[in-house]
Design a protein around this ligand. Sequence first.
Ligand code: ATP
Length: 309
Amino acid sequence: MIEVSKLTKYYNSFLALDKISFSVPKGQILGLLGPNGAGKTTTLRLLTGYLRPSYGEITVDKYRLPGDDIKIKSIIGYLPESVPIYKNMIVYEYLFYVGEIRGISKEKIPERIMDIAKKCKIREIMHKNINELSKGLLQRVGIASVLLHDPEILILDEPTTGLDPNQILEIRDLIKEIGKYKTVILSSHILSEVEATCDRVIIINKGKIVADDSPSQLKNMYMGKTVVNICLHGASTEEIKNIFKDIKEIEQVRFLNQDDLNISLEITLSRDVREKVYKAIKNTPWILMEFYKNKMSLENIFKQITTEN
Ligand code: ATP
């Protein structure tokens, strides 16, 4: 349904997106995941026609970007990170106004609003002033407003940012419900978010795709590995790299913290060879302050993929 080919975006001379390509089949809930500044919002703005690519192309069904911007906007509902909403309006009035802008005939708007309000569970707040709403409800109204014209694709930028844990769960449920009958693309920098809602995750880092799989497949790929956290007293990064260089099972060494006395690091092993690692440390004058096996969580995978060695 959506094909993204070699999409590239420069802001002046800064390369924010570097030839990313992916496709999204109909009905998928796709999560774009990445640390701050990775290029998620840029990707979403390009997909929705709000930004022009420097190179590359997007096709949505038979339409192309750049080119068919207006057509594509009519089949996409896009909610940016900060919900663009008129705060001094009644919810119903606001949705009616959005319906008019979207070109829905005035007779049909009330029925459409009621249908969407039911799906988004905002029927009880139709008479409320928007500035009285909690953030969670505001987000629901925002989602309702971009669904009003019945788009095939829903695009949400960081939909749960700033919400409390209960509101997060409610919005996740709503997204999953919408995902049953629409294609959804959302962005997040929180892994559990994507794991809880998405069928597939694309991890973006520094403008490039660094992983593309289902959350469970990503976990499987890394599950055989062992991550060990170590804290050493009296060592330097160079010396540590040196004593580990002969352990071929070490795939990655990440230095986490360092002060005058201690240095903390995390190493990823292709097999559990903690004994070898311990022996290498034992032969040095350093004091071993901490040594423990870390559970290979998706958080760890994300950290590994998106941080440089
Ligand atoms: P965040 O989670 O912080 O919103 P993001 O993954 O959505 O991050 P983008 O907003 O797409 O990242 O930004 C990608 C890079 O492009 C960042 O380095 C950002 O500073 C830069 N950038 C974004 N918009 C502009 C702009 N209008 N002009 C110049 N640089 C920009």
